[in-house]
Design a protein around this ligand. Structure first.
Ligand SMILES: [Zn+2]
Length: 436
């Protein structure tokens, strides 16, 4: 059972309420939980495995609050396009290859990339969650997903009634699949792919299950204009009227929220997954996350898919978030701990996991990462948080634990063979050659 002692870390960035940074600290993991921090006596039982964290920084694993992991298979497929052009190209490629086994394969790829870069939790929206969830758990990720809904049949060939029937089976299926604990989610794709009546149906179902909701919302100005034209209301007002906001909801993007939308979002405890890499690459704009945070909205960070931002590297998202902040506000107003918190505990809060992960505190599950500090580009250290936000990168993540299980050991995945996975990926991706 996952028992570990992480000895003598040069730094432990706790991301607790006081934003403590401990030096020369030891963390004890028992049955997958953080049981002691700097205990007066280090346990000696043979049930413990040991990790010498000398010249390492230990912090909570990163939480990616908006991704489509399986689309790692389409990395670089849709370049030089805006969101409309992007969707057209991507939907064609998905139509060609994304059957259920391929969704699982792409998710394995995405989960492996995420873990190796220090991301331990991903909120993942994609087709065939029954197989993607299993694939991601197999690699060791805390994988948060659920049934996806759109009005049209889609690649999975499901009509609306099939989607509802599948969603009804999801709580039992989710439980049976096991893996690190995650909340139940239902995922209507967006206001522009789901009618208001269908959104209402999903909201009712979520209330019945006690599930949370994840959807794309106000990603572009065009989406808002269309919503105003079609519904006479902003996307936020549409989901409010549909009852979606009666359950805890996470918006993917939320770039264009009006002042009224921000008030509504805050009042209903909904949260925002900020995806600056995707938003900039597709020319969509910059979300004013400071205004959201000031209103009390939990803002997490996300990569979006590998077709819109090309990788699942949360470190580049951290850095971009900070740089956009100093560009749109003033450098002196940048609170580096806010960036680290958005990537960890606030991300966890945004998706209903803040009691479980997101900080290093006794009683929480041990989703931890170790960053090797002996690289030249991390030397010297004058400011630990600035090092993490502006200098560290994913190749510095050496070891990763999820629920106390060591899923990455010295830069290697422990639960799957990456070489064998890569061969399967290249083989399947070649099926796209004919439509390029
Ligand atoms: Zn997305």
């Amino acid at each position: 059972m996952n028992n570990y002692i992480i000895h003598n870390a040069q730094y432990v960035v706790c991301v607790d309420e006081k934003n403590q940074i401990l030096e020369g600290a030891t963390i004890v993991i028992r049955n997958g939980l953080i049981s002691q921090i700097n205990p007066p006596q280090i346990p000696t039982g043979s049930e413990y495995e040991h990790f010498d964290a000398k010249e390492h920084l230990v912090m909570p694993g990163l939480v990616n609050t908006h991704a489509h992991l399986a689309m790692a298979l389409l990395r670089g497929w849709a370049e030089g396009v805006n969101l409309d052009g992007f969707l057209e190209l991507v939907w064609a490629a998905e139509g060609a290859i994304m059957d259920a086994p391929t969704c699982a394969l792409g998710t394995e790829l995405g989960a492996g990339e995420a873990l190796l870069s220090g991301t331990t939790t991903v909120l993942d929206m994609y087709l065939h969650p029954e197989v993607t969830h299993q694939a991601a758990i197999g690699v060791g990720l805390r994988h948060v997903t659920g049934p996806i809904f759109f009005d049209f049949p889609g690649l999975d060939g499901m009509e609306w009634d099939d989607r509802i029937a599948f969603a009804r089976s999801w709580p039992a299926l989710h439980k049976a699949l096991g893996g690190p604990w995650t909340p139940l989610f239902l995922m209507p794709h967006s206001v522009y792919t789901d009618s208001e009546a269908h959104l209402k149906e999903v909201a009712e179902l979520a209330k019945e299950f006690g599930a949370r909701i994840h959807l794309h919302l106000s990603e572009t100005e065009a989406e808002n204009s269309m919503s105003l034209k079609t519904h006479g209301r902003t996307p936020t007002q549409v989901i409010l009227d549909a009852g979606i906001l009666d359950v805890p909801t996470t918006y993917g993007h939320g770039v264009y929220l009006s002042e009224q939308d921000v008030r509504t979002t805050a009042k209903h405890g909904a949260s925002v997954a900020h995806c600056p890499g995707s938003n900039l690459k597709l020319g969509n704009g910059i979300a004013n996350i400071q205004a959201y945070q000031e209103a009390g909205i939990a803002v997490g960070l996300g990569t979006d898919s590998c077709s819109s931002s090309n990788d699942l590297d949360m470190w580049s998202v951290l850095r971009l978030t900070a740089q956009l902040f100093t560009f749109t506000h003033k450098p002196k107003d940048l609170d580096l701990s806010m960036i680290i918190r958005a990537a960890t505990i606030e991300g966890a809060r945004a998706i209903g996991l803040s009691e479980v992960v997101g900080s290093i505190e006794i009683g929480k599950e041990a989703d931890l990462i170790a960053i090797s500090l002996n690289a030249l580009h991390l030397t010297p250290i004058h400011n630990v948080l600035a090092l993490l936000v502006f200098a560290a990168g994913r190749s510095d993540v050496s070891d990763v634990w999820v629920s106390g299980e060591r899923v990455v050991t010295t830069h290697r995945l422990t639960k799957i063979d990456p070489g064998e996975l890569r061969r399967r990926i290249l083989d399947r991706a070649s099926a796209l050659d004919s439509i390029r």
